[in-house]
Ligand binder design. Structure first.
Ligand SMILES: [Zn+2]
Length: 205
């Protein structure tokens, strides 16, 4: 509103400059009142920045284990999601934070735990290698390790076991970033094999 009114005021000054100053000012005043100047749009000085979560894998991944699923290896329910991708795929922090633990964690194998703002904590297990250190500051662009099959995933198809906590309670990561529908591993395997064969045929033709 204000931005539109000001040029009009200038126009008045120029066009009416043969009137006496007092008359011009009075016209200004009435014009200002008529236009009911709105206060300038408020730009919040310290808008609360909400912690944004991105997926720990930035390339294609499958879901090879849903959150909460109860089976012979997870009698009390799967505590995270299993994201399957080729061994060596870079694993990223889900957002800004500080590495709380990076090392061999036993059944989790090579694993990383990161503390984030807003009471979030993330855990990345079965890594093939670790690319971060305790206490390191990270962002969603920091590669913290690579996907593998260490710990109790040894001998199974390489995947990232990922867990997320909010205020010390486990939450379903699928609420915070895209987790595809569970795919039967062998089907996914066959599917990617078929894709590779087609790709090779296309290259040859
Ligand atoms: Zn898992």
């Amino acid at each position: 509103m204000k931005a539109r009114v000001i040029p009009r005021l200038f126009f008045y000054i120029i066009m009416e400059n043969d009137k006496d100053l007092e008359a011009v000012l009075n016209e200004f005043k009435s014009l200002m009142e008529d236009s009911k100047l709105e206060p300038e749009e408020k730009v919040p000085e310290s808008e609360e920045e909400k912690f944004t979560i991105t997926a720990p894998i930035h390339t294609t991944y499958y879901n090879s284990g849903d959150f909460g699923v109860v089976n012979e290896t997870h009698l009390s329910g799967h505590k995270g999601v299993d994201l399957r991708a080729p061994r060596g795929t870079p694993i990223y922090s889900i957002g800004e934070g500080t590495v709380k633990y990076a090392g061999d964690q036993g059944i989790g194998g090579l694993a990383v735990t990161i503390l984030h703002p807003d009471g979030f904590k993330s855990y990345y297990a079965h890594l093939d290698s670790i690319k971060c250190k305790n206490g390191q500051k990270v962002t969603s662009e920091t590669i913290i390790g690579t996907l593998g099959d260490t710990g109790n995933a040894k001998g199974r198809i390489p995947h990232l076991h990922f867990q997320l906590w909010k205020d010390n309670s486990l939450v379903n990561p699928a609420k915070y970033f895209y987790v595809p529908k569970y795919t039967n591993v062998s089907k996914a395997e066959k599917y990617s094999e078929v894709i590779e064969i087609i790709n090779n045929l296309v290259k040859l033709s």
